[in-house]
Design a protein around this ligand. Structure first.
Ligand code: AMP
Ligand code: ZN
Length: 703
């Protein structure tokens, strides 16, 4: 085969593979066997190996790149990616329908109903017909560049079809001509239910964290650093929007879907053009009924005004189009049998009853336990052991027991009451006046100790990588670990010879070994330099979570200063208040805790935050008051607040006329509405970053 023949063959093969790929992944109607398809791909690979200069980025052999990224670049969306307003029930849906109905019937355009796919939104840009970029929604204005990963999703065409046919290769990316037209399409990447179950089983087996639901699994897979991992995840994508459809001469949503289908995208077939509200209702009812039979998760129905001209007229609110509404399904409920209520002991000794029931699949994942919070809650719900109970997921994530099905009782069910003794150490349980939870009174309780040690090592606290429950349990059993300061007294030999309590095939006990021990020693060293806020959180004082930890750290900057503070003074700190202040004081009043802190200090665990550069910065924002709302991508609320304060600004929790600027992140809350109402200027994250980096207040003309 000479070069010219090879070139022709390559083009033909790509055309054919592209078409089969489309039939298989987008239409689910394969024409040839997997074996024949693989043979075509293999032939293409062989020719490309022989003539590497014939390889183009849109070749089907080039789906999965091999270069892992360390960080995703950011992409500014040419047109904002909006979220959707929700209707939580049919009544709210009717409210919306009534609002748009006069316009819709005047034009006779109807509503297009689509399933609301529960995945992660994605925007794909094609230049000259070739996929050049894929971005996540991010905050709607700026997303992350996930092109390499989305290329690995087979139902996403690398090159657009033209009316259902693969266009002749154009090598658009390599031509010097200005790229023809650019099209941006949007849709939802998702993970099929079955693939999700399989992935979780595999993660579990490998000792890796599992995903709460298919949506998280899809989002997590799209943001993998290594595209090969994304490729292994069996993602798919339904596309449902063309960013600038009218420029393509498309006038309605249903025509847009046809265009997307013909361009080679996977388009969800279950859509319906409805003339009236009654038909919209019927579609929603239908969707609720088929929901469980679909191979992918949906969490509602999206109703869109079909006509683009009317869409434009209706326009957008700050967050969402007025021309569409998401009808959200009520949380899915299932029944199962309550087998037992087990009591867990938390790190502060709090006893939490946990319902254990026969495993059921709810909203896409299997659940077998749910917290019952406290004794009163159990009494209020009236559940008994052996009851048939209704379970669901709150916010579609956290398992929850709704209540018993009393009519199914046969008399064998048992009432349950909180044990009077701690299930771990047998000490008395004490329930304070006015408190709902009982607590184990033994400060040395092993269950509490394990929780406290695990908390110290956890991600949000000191983040001792690799120091998991099993190792901590063994260290406690073997008397090497009593409190958090003991972590830093561990030596390599202690760890490498740690008995894991299992016997190997050859009859000798299984030890932790040198490799893991070495890693743990490194993790321990690394954990010594965590910021003060993490240390405060890690100590596990009551009522001091990560936010309060940050607040205390930024107010006092060292544990010595914090210990010296009076209760009144502590109560003045923002986010703190009298209850937390009392708890902090009580913690430092305990000599055992002081001893722990002294030992941490002598192990060189960082206990003060260095005065950062920010401290010495000029107070250029003095006199200005900022309010933050919504999620920022590059800052946490705390870090943004701290950076602004370092420049002399005040950061407040509520918007008033005196507010100078409101910084608006993704999914802003009512503070945003308030800002608009009062005419307070708003800033986006980019502007905030500029201010923080330059130290200059926002320019008048930039507002
Ligand atoms: P929410 O995240 O609840 O604000 O819902 C808005 C999101 O629903 C959009 O950003 C899309 O990612 C997603 N979505 C899923 N299916 C559809 C659909 N058929 N039409 C529009 N949005 C959809
Ligand atoms: Zn106990």
């Amino acid at each position: 085969m000479d070069r010219q023949q090879a070139q022709q063959r390559v083009h033909k093969l790509r055309e054919e593979i592209g078409r089969h790929n489309w039939r298989y992944y987008a239409l689910d109607e394969p024409e040839i066997s997997d074996g024949a398809y693989d043979a075509l791909v293999r032939e293409l690979q062989q020719i490309e190996a022989e003539y590497p200069d014939l390889v183009t980025p849109d070749s089907p052999t080039q789906r999965v790149g091999s270069v892992p990224t360390t960080q995703f670049g950011s992409v500014k969306h040419a047109q904002r990616m909006y979220s959707l307003d929700n209707a939580m029930d049919l009544e709210e849906l009717d409210g919306w329908l009534e609002r748009v109905e006069p316009e819709v019937s005047r034009r006779g355009c109807g509503y297009l109903c689509e399933l609301k796919i529960d995945g992660s939104s994605i925007a794909l840009t094609y230049a000259g017909g070739v996929l050049v970029r894929a971005a996540t929604r991010g905050d709607g204005k700026t997303g992350e560049d996930v092109t390499a990963n989305i290329r690995a999703v087979n139902s996403v065409p690398l090159r657009l079809l033209v009316q259902g046919k693969v266009p002749p290769a154009q090598d658009a990316l390599f031509s010097d001509e200005p790229v023809a037209s650019t099209v941006e399409v949007r849709g939802e990447v998702y993970m099929p239910k079955e693939s999700f179950e399989r992935l979780n089983a595999e993660q579990d087996e490998a000792g890796q964290p599992t995903f709460a639901n298919p949506r998280n699994a899809a989002a997590g897979s799209v943001r993998q650093k290594d595209p090969a991992v994304t490729a292994s995840r069996d993602l798919s994508a339904f596309m449902y929007q063309i960013a600038d459809a009218r420029a393509l001469g498309i006038g309605t949503q249903h025509e847009a879907l046809t265009w997307l289908h013909e361009a080679g995208f996977k388009v969800n077939p279950d859509v319906k053009l409805c003339a009236q509200a009654a038909e919209v209702h019927a579609f929603c009812e239908w969707a609720m009924n088929v929901r469980n039979d679909l191979p992918y998760e949906i969490d509602g129905v999206v109703v869109k005004v079909d006509d683009f001209a009317l869409q434009e007229e209706l326009g957008y609110t700050a967050k969402a189009p007025r021309w569409a509404i998401a009808f959200k399904f009520p949380p899915e409920e299932k029944t199962t049998v309550l087998r037992e209520i087990r009591v867990q002991v938390g790190r502060t000794g709090a006893l939490t009853p946990v319902a254990e029931f026969d495993p059921v699949t709810v909203a896409g994942s299997t659940i077998a336990r749910a917290t019952l919070h406290n004794e009163d809650e159990i009494r209020r719900k009236g559940v008994r052991i052996g009851d048939t109970i209704i379970v669901r997921k709150a916010g579609d994530v956290i398992p929850e027991v709704v209540g018993p099905v009393e009519r199914l009782r046969d008399g064998s069910e048992l009432e349950w009451s909180m044990p009077a003794y701690c299930p771990s150490c047998g000490s008395d349980v004490w329930r304070e006046e006015g408190e709902v939870v009982g607590r184990c009174t033994n400060a040395g309780c092993p269950a509490q100790r394990l929780e406290r040690l695990g908390h110290w090592a956890s991600r949000g606290a000191m983040d001792i990588d690799g120091m998991g429950t099993e190792i901590i349990t063994r260290l406690v059993e073997q008397d090497m670990l009593h409190d958090v300061a003991d972590f830093y007294a561990l030596r390599f030999d202690d760890l490498s010879s740690l008995d894991l309590g299992r016997i190997k095939k050859d009859g000798t006990p299984q030890l932790l070994g040198g490799t893991i021990a070495r890693k743990l020693m490194e993790s321990l060293t690394a954990s010594k330099t965590r910021p003060l806020a993490r240390l405060l959180f890690g100590l596990g004082m009551r009522h001091v979570g990560s936010t309060v930890g940050e607040a205390l750290a930024s107010a006092y900057r060292s544990i010595d200063a914090l210990m010296a503070a009076s209760e009144d003074e502590l109560a003045q700190v923002e986010q703190v208040g009298p209850k937390i202040a009392a708890s902090v004081k009580a913690f430092f009043a305990n000599p055992e805790n002081i001893d722990i802190i002294e030992r941490l200090k002598s192990s060189d665990v960082r206990h003060a935050d260095p005065v950062d550069e920010g401290e010495r910065r000029e107070q250029t924002l003095a006199g200005l008051t900022f309010v933050l709302t919504g999620a920022l991508e590059r800052y946490t609320r705390e870090s943004a607040g701290a950076a602004l304060k370092a420049l002399g600004a005040k950061v407040s929790g509520s918007v008033s006329k005196k507010t100078s600027f409101v910084v608006v992140g993704a999914e802003p809350g009512s503070k945003y509405d308030k800002a608009v109402e009062l005419g307070v200027p708003t800033l986006e994250e980019d502007a905030l970053e500029m201010i923080i980096k330059s130290g200059l207040p926002p320019a008048e003309d930039a507002l």
